[in-house]
Design a protein around this ligand. Structure first.
Ligand code: TXA
Ligand code: MG
Length: 333
């Protein structure tokens, strides 16, 4: 049985936080909201607890997890050689959607890092998450709280759909603000490399620390094993139309309707009067897309369509991170 507790995101009820913290301290699993997506938390210093995360998610053992801390001090328990660049970025962006890959301390459970000598760490910008970590008095390992390969959860209901019955508790803090996962920046490389684009863009990082490499090369991708696996995907096949007119989108939808039911999510209006067609519309800004796209993929997937067609957005600014997720959702990987 998975317990669900609803919390006020501004003033989380302390009893619920205490209960969740005691589950973490005792080696259990608690899903919690962050400003990006829901995470599946376990004590990052407890090998058995961390293994449960991989079991519950069906996560490949070679995909390392992010460790969540509540303070600059707690960072020192998991990572060493925190240099000037890290300090500058922490000053500017923590708490927030930026994950830093640093040298790992041996006290961190080995499976957190999937055997790597590094550890990915962030301080989430969400009260519930921060108070949970503080009350647990331990860093919390937390990948996104979805079954491996599925779209990340942005509500407690998404978490239950995927992991209900497999985890101890879900802290329900409503739907997450940003909606896509944090930027992952490898600071053990020189110059630093973005392993996963996110809400904190390359330009924002460069302003603080100078040169940052944008697109990870094959070699770098091997060092962020998670990016290799199939990701963010609903069950249905996803087709991404990077850009195109409403007419083009309609033509593609009609073509696929000949083969079965079709789900569509995009900012253009595509109206087709067919019971086999379902369209969800969202604003064309990166902010709107990030906030709603995973929920929409899940919603369309529930109708069991033959294909889901998604309309892309501009790659400018935060749009790059959104397009990264959409391309992965659409890849057969
Ligand atoms: O916003 C987020 O980052 C969310 C919330 C819950 O914090 N978490 C999240 O975790 O998206 P996950 O496990 O779904 O993605 C973690 C990413 C993966 O691409 C993984 O390969 C990479 O971070 N990663 C973790 N540890 C790493 C390490 N030591 N070196 C390189 N990449 C690492
Ligand atoms: Mg994930």
């Amino acid at each position: 049985m998975t317990q669900v507790l609803e919390l006020d995101p501004e003033r989380p009820q302390q009893k619920a936080i205490e209960l969740a913290a005691s589950i973490i301290r005792n080696g259990g699993l608690v899903a919690f909201p962050t400003e990006t997506v829901y995470g599946l938390g376990a004590d990052a210093m407890n090998e058995n607890a961390v293994r449960k995360i991989f079991e519950a998610k069906g996560r490949p053992a070679d995909n390392p997890c992010i460790v969540h801390v509540d303070s600059r001090d707690m960072l020192d328990r998991v990572a060493g050689s925190v240099g000037d660049k890290a300090e500058g970025l922490i000053q500017k962006f923590w708490p927030g959607p930026l994950t830093l890959v640093l040298k790992r301390k041996p006290e961190v459970a080995a499976s957190v890092s999937a055997g790597l000598s590094t550890v990915a760490v962030r301080m989430p910008g969400n009260r519930i998450a921060l108070e949970l970590i503080r009350a647990a008095t331990t860093p919390i390992a937390g990948p996104s709280a979805n079954v491996s390969g599925r779209p990340s959860p942005t509500t407690a209901a998404h978490v239950l759909d995927d992991l209900g019955g497999r985890i101890d508790l879900v802290l329900d803090g409503g739907s997450t603000n940003i909606g896509i996962e944090s930027t992952v920046l490898d600071l053990t490389a020189e110059p630093p490399v973005i392993l996963r684009p996110g809400w904190i863009t390359q330009e924002m990082l460069s302003e603080v620390i100078g040169t940052v490499e944008g697109v990870a090369s094959e070699e770098e991708l091997r060092r962020s094993p998670g990016t290799r696996h199939r990701h963010y995907s609903p069950r249905a096949r996803v087709i991404l139309i990077e850009q195109g007119s409403a007419e083009l989108l309609e033509r593609v939808c009609r073509e696929y309707l000949k083969t079965g039911s079709v789900g569509f999510a995009g900012h253009s209006s595509v109206e087709i009067d067919d019971p086999e067609f379902c369209a969800l519309r969202l604003g064309s800004s990166a902010k709107n897309y990030a906030h709603s796209i995973y929920a929409m993929l899940r919603q369309l997937d529930k109708k069991n369509p033959r294909v889901i067609i998604i309309e892309g957005i501009s790659e400018a600014g935060e749009g790059a991170a959104v397009m990264d997720r959409l391309r992965r959702a659409a890849s057969e990987g």
